[in-house]
Design a protein. Structure first.
Length: 265
């Protein structure tokens, strides 16, 4: 449901993400290394977007900027209407905690805490009472099919179950955006399907906005939209099915040793 806070002054829905000519360079020993050369894309609420790119494409750098873990060297990044580029580290942390739920490849669960308390952590950090945080954590565990596991430790769960806990933790503060970084990277095929089905259901039924960072085409296929990076620029931005078919065609052409224009002729 759209509220006044998600609309612009003229009544239109405000984009959740606006990336405008974003550049990023790193300086090491007085040597400047450009990574992003002017990335542009926007994302509306309720979208499920996959970001793909080979090593060196700038995918990880863009993910860090989108997650407010880093800032651009140039250009503009607006997250939920807020200009990220101008924020201090402390302001970035506040915006990150309120706006983004993270799901990592390695789960990042605290081993000495119960599953319930792991999920409750973002709320505790936000100043919610422990009792209320645990109540909401239990509710999220129910939503991901782990309602009976709240008092267990992370090492008592399978990898797929731990990733479900990580998803519950990402959702517990009701963030506008979930950023999933290679969420199936440590999982087998069957469990990967279960996790991606869960994310798809959250997007379809709860209209949860999701950015999925992956290098696997079969995982990216769960998204409705694909953004491909190459050499620090957006190579493709459109329907995931079309973009993945384009990737398969490119791979076939490379295997045949034929340039794209020769194949099309």
């Amino acid at each position: 449901m759209l509220t006044d806070s998600t609309r612009t002054q003229d009544g239109n829905q405000r984009a959740l993400i606006d990336v405008i000519d974003v550049k990023k360079s790193y300086v090491t020993n007085l040597v400047t290394t450009p990574v992003l050369h002017g990335v542009n894309f926007s994302m509306q609420r309720g979208e499920f977007v996959a970001i793909m790119g080979q090593s060196g494409s700038g995918k990880s750098t863009l993910m860090n900027i989108l997650g407010c873990l880093d800032t651009p060297s140039g250009g503009d990044y607006l997250l939920d209407g807020k200009q990220v580029s101008a924020l201090s580290r402390a302001q970035l942390a506040v915006l990150r905690n309120k706006t983004i739920g993270f799901v990592f490849q390695s789960f990042n669960l605290l081993k000495r805490m119960t599953i319930q308390d792991n999920v409750a952590l973002p709320l505790i950090y936000a100043g919610v009472s422990r009792a209320e945080a645990r109540r909401r954590a239990s509710q999220q565990l129910e939503n991901v099919g782990l309602g009976e596991y709240g008092q267990r430790q992370p090492n008592q769960l399978s990898g797929g179950q731990q990733q479900r806990v990580a998803i519950a933790r990402a959702l517990v503060a009701d963030p506008p955006l979930v950023l999933a970084d290679e969420p199936t990277g440590n999982l087998d095929t069957k469990t990967s399907v279960e996790i991606m089905s869960l994310l798809t259901r959250l997007n379809r039924e709860a209209k949860q906005s999701i950015i999925l960072v992956t290098h696997e085409p079969d995982i990216a296929a769960y998204a409705s939209r694909l953004v491909r990076l190459k050499d620090g620029l957006v190579l493709y931005d459109g329907p995931a099915a079309t973009g993945l078919q384009q990737m398969r065609s490119e791979q076939s052409e490379q295997e045949l040793g034929m340039p794209a224009n020769e194949v099309s002729e």
